[in-house]
Write a protein of this length. Structure first.
Length: 486
C-alpha cells in the first residue's frame, strides 16, 4: 500500500494504478459534476443532544434543517466508543482493530495513523479534490502523522483533545498560537471553515472535514452564547455548534455550491455521561462513551444534499465506516480491492431510496476484539467482566451473554437470551464466523497504561483549572486519583 500512496502523492490517479480500482459516478453519469463533501464531526455529542433526535430543553434549527431536508439516520454507529479510533475509522473506512489503534493518542505519543493506510483525503486528492481539515485531528501530532502529510492541502486546529496539556493551534505543520482561548474555539473553527469555502474558485471540487472539539469536557462557549439555552454551559455550547452549522450552509449558499455539496453531520462517539450536566444525553439509549452499549456507539447522523437527497428518516443499520466507500463512489474515485473496507457504499440509499448491502454491525469492546454483533433488529453481546471506571471511563457491570431486540428495546433493558435461544445461537455463530473472516490484527499502536492515565488526568486537571479561571466549573474538579466513575 505504501508504494500506491507514493504514486498518488506524485499525482497519479488511483484509477490508473490498480485494476479493479475504478468506480463509476453515482450522480447520474460521467458528465455529472463531482460533489463537494463537507463532514461536520463533533466530539462526544450524544444521541439526544439535538432537537431532531429528541432534545426538548433547547432547539437546534440549523441542524434540524439538514435533518428535515435530508436523511436522518436513527441507527447509525460510530466505529469506536472513543476518539482516536473513531477518527481513524472515519478516514480509512476500516475498523480501528485493523489499524492497531486501541486507545487515544497523547501529546507525548510517538505513533499516529499508520502510514500505509490510504486515507479518504488522499484518495480524493488523487482525483483532483482540494482538501482541508479544520479542528481536532487526534491521529498523531508528530509531523509525519499530521494532515499535510496525509492527503490534506490545509490544516488549522488543535492536534489532540482539548483537555490535554500544551494546547496549541497548528496551521499546517507549524504552531501558530501557543495560548488558546477555548471560549472562541467553535467560532474560530467556523471562521476557518467558511474562509476555506470562500476561497474555492470552482476549478476543483473540495473536501472539508470540520472536526469540532466540542462537546468534549471541558466544555466552552463564546460570550454571545452564554445563557442562550437556559440550561447551562452544555446547552449553550450545543447551540453554538448549531450556529456553526448554519454558517457553513450559508457560506455554501453564498458561494452558489450548496446544490452540489454533500453534507454529513455526526459524532465520534456517545456522550461522556460521568460528567453529569457537562456530559450530554443519549436517551433512550443505554450508557454512553467508552461502552459498547447503544449510547456509546449509536450517534446522531444526517446526510444532506439539496435537490439530490430526498427527505427521509432511515432506520437502516449503518456506520460512519460507510462514508468512505460512499464518498469514493460519488467522487468517481476507485478504491483498491486490496484495502479491504469494512463499510458499505450508501450512495444508492442516499440518492435512490435504496438499501445498505448489509444489515450487520459488529461491536469492538476494546477496539481490538469483536465482542458483539447486530443483525437487523437483534443485538448479541458476549460475556464481559466488570469494568471499574476511572476519571474518564464509565464503570460497567459484569454480564453473561446479552440478547436484545433493539426495535422494541432501544434502551437494552430486557435480556432475551433465555427466551430466544435459537436467535442467540444464530447471532453467536454469525459473530464467530465474522471473527474468523476478520483475520489477524496488527500490534497495538496506542493504548491506555497506568502512566498515561495519570499523565492525562493531570493534563485534564490543568485544562479544567484554566476553565475555572473563566468561571466554568465541572464536576471533574472533584476527582482525586482513580475512582470508580458514577
Amino acid at each position: 500500500m505504501k508504494h500506491l500512496k507514493e504514486l498518488i502523492w506524485a499525482g497519479v490517479p488511483c484509477q490508473l494504478l490498480i485494476s479493479g480500482c475504478t468506480a463509476p459516478s453515482a450522480t447520474g453519469g460521467d458528465a455529472a459534476p463531482r460533489p463537494n463533501v463537507v463532514i461536520i464531526y463533533n466530539d462526544d455529542m450524544g444521541y439526544a443532544d439535538i432537537s431532531c433526535y429528541g432534545q426538548q430543553k433547547w432547539t437546534t434549527p440549523h441542524i434540524d434543517r439538514l435533518a428535515n431536508e435530508g436523511i436522518r439516520f436513527t441507527d447509525l454507529y460510530s466505529a469506536s466508543h472513543i476518539s482516536s479510533p473513531s477518527r481513524a475509522a472515519l478516514l480509512t473506512g476500516r475498523y480501528p482493530a485493523r489499524l492497531g489503534i486501541q486507545g487515544v493518542f497523547f501529546p507525548d505519543s510517538y505513533t499516529g495513523i499508520p502510514q500505509d493506510e490510504l486515507l479518504l483525503s488522499e484518495l480524493l486528492k488523487s482525483v483532483g479534490y482540494a482538501t482541508a481539515v479544520v479542528g481536532k485531528w487526534h491521529l498523531g501530532h508528530r509531523e509525519r502523522y499530521l494532515p499535510l502529510q496525509n492527503g490534506f492541502d490545509e490544516y488549522f486546529g488543535i492536534p489532540y483533545s482539548n483537555d490535554m496539556s500544551a494546547q496549541v493551534f497548528l496551521r499546517g505543520n507549524e504552531v501558530e498560537t501557543f495560548h488558546i482561548d477555548q471560549t472562541q474555539l467553535t467560532k474560530r473553527y467556523t471562521q476557518e471553515a467558511v474562509d476555506f469555502i470562500a476561497r474555492q474558485n470552482g476549478e476543483k471540487p473540495f473536501f472539508l472535514y470540520l472536526a469540532h472539539n466540542m462537546m468534549h469536557v471541558p466544555v466552552f462557549r463564546s460570550k454571545e452564547f452564554e445563557g442562550k439555552s437556559g440550561h447551562g454551559i452544555y446547552g449553550d455550547a450545543v447551540l453554538e455548534i448549531d450556529w456553526s452549522v448554519g454558517q457553513i450552509v450559508r457560506a455554501l449558499e453564498e458561494k452558489g455550491v450548496l446544490e452540489n455539496t454533500l453534507i454529513l453531520f455526526s459524532s465520534d462517539n456517545g456522550p461522556w455521561l460521568q460528567e453529569g450536566p457537562l456530559g450530554g444525553e443519549a436517551f433512550p439509549l443505554r450508557e454512553g462513551k467508552s461502552t459498547t452499549y447503544e449510547g456509546g456507539l449509536r450517534v446522531p447522523a444526517i446526510a444532506y444534499w439539496k435537490g439530490k437527497i430526498a427527505p427521509a428518516v432511515r432506520n437502516d443499520v449503518a456506520s460512519t465506516l460507510d462514508w468512505y466507500p460512499t464518498i469514493a463512489r460519488l467522487a468517481g474515485a476507485g478504491v483498491p480491492d486490496s484495502i479491504g473496507l469494512d463499510g458499505y457504499d450508501l450512495s444508492d440509499l442516499l440518492l435512490n431510496n435504496g438499501v445498505r448491502a448489509s444489515n450487520r454491525y459488529v461491536y469492538f469492546q476494546n477496539n481490538r476484539d469483536a465482542s458483539g454483533i447486530r443483525v437487523g433488529d437483534w443485538k448479541l453481546s458476549l460475556p464481559q467482566a466488570r469494568i471499574n471506571g476511572n476519571f474518564w471511563r464509565a464503570s460497567t457491570a459484569a454480564h453473561d451473554t446479552l440478547l436484545f431486540n433493539l426495535k422494541d428495546d432501544a434502551g437494552e433493558t430486557v435480556n432475551l437470551y433465555g427466551t430466544h435461544p435459537q436467535k442467540a445461537r444464530e447471532l453467536t455463530e454469525a459473530l464467530e464466523r465474522y471473527k474468523v473472516d476478520f483475520g489477524e490484527t496488527p500490534p497495538v499502536l496506542v493504548m491506555f497504561g497506568n502512566n498515561q492515565l495519570k499523565e492525562l488526568q493531570e493534563q485534564r486537571r490543568h485544562a479544567i483549572r484554566e476553565a475555572e479561571e473563566r468561571g466554568i466549573t465541572s464536576k471533574a474538579t472533584q476527582i482525586d486519583g482513580f475512582i470508580e466513575a458514577r
